[in-house]
Design a protein. Structure first.
Length: 247
């Protein structure tokens, strides 16, 4: 009888240990596939406070609030903001030119145009009509250092390019005769000319250089939020008063 009792006891212990062995990995796997936590707050970089940026912030804030996330922005110089966002020190970019993920591969685009601007060249003494936009690059051109679309445009023929740190500074180069042309979005050019160079004879050049689509970016650590954010923006896009086009 003692031998039978010992055999039953050992069998029972073996079954229990086998059950524990087989159930434990499943428990571990289940814990690993839990959904990532929703952050309480997301801080986005922006180049500067402007009417456009404020419109976009006002549009996105309720979308994030519905997910239980407080949205905040901080203004930084253009390249520094992108660097911090790409490193994950910021959670993303409020509004940036489409395509920056080519150089900042930790940033994931939400591929819906929130705002669209038109870019042109400007001159005082130079020719004002060209067959192709890139023809202005045969002359000296002033540009804002680090602005992605401008860097990409002048890279076609960068020999005669002067880089400065701001839109006002590049238009100053133009008024001083140090460059033949400057490139800028039409909206920003109109703002700077009206404020600082109203009495100059700055003229817009044809044709338009390009349309610039501005979109929202998040760092890849928030990739799990992107389907929800994208769906919410698409749902509201018919009421989005931010797309601005010039023909």
């Amino acid at each position: 009888m003692k031998l039978i009792y010992v055999f039953v006891l050992i069998s029972s212990l073996f079954i229990q240990s086998s059950f524990a062995f087989t159930s434990s990995p499943n428990h571990i796997i289940a814990s690993k596939v839990q959904s990532p936590a929703i952050p309480q707050k997301i801080v986005l970089g922006q180049i500067k406070t402007s009417e456009i940026q404020q419109h976009v912030f006002n549009f996105l804030s309720p979308i994030y609030r519905e997910l239980g996330i407080e949205l905040s922005v901080t203004s930084l110089p253009s390249k520094r903001s992108l660097t911090f966002s790409n490193q994950g020190q910021l959670d993303g970019e409020l509004l940036r030119v489409e395509g920056i993920e080519e150089n900042y591969d930790n940033l994931i685009p939400i591929p819906i145009t929130l705002y669209q601007m038109s870019a042109y060249a400007y001159t005082i003494e130079g020719k004002t009509d060209f067959k192709h936009p890139a023809d202005i690059l045969r002359f000296t051109v002033g540009m804002h250092r680090g602005v992605q679309w401008e860097e990409k445009f002048v890279s076609q023929f960068p020999r005669y390019v002067s880089r400065v740190g701001g839109t006002e500074k590049k238009f100053k180069l133009l008024t001083l005769g140090r460059v033949d042309y400057v490139i800028s979005t039409e909206e920003r050019a109109n703002e700077i000319i009206a404020k600082h160079f109203k009495d100059t004879k700055i003229k817009r050049v044809s044709p338009m250089l390009k349309h610039i689509n501005l979109i929202h970016y998040l760092h890849k650590k928030h990739a799990h939020l992107i389907p929800q954010i994208t769906a919410a923006i698409e749902k509201r896009s018919m009421a989005l008063p931010l797309t601005h086009q010039h023909h």
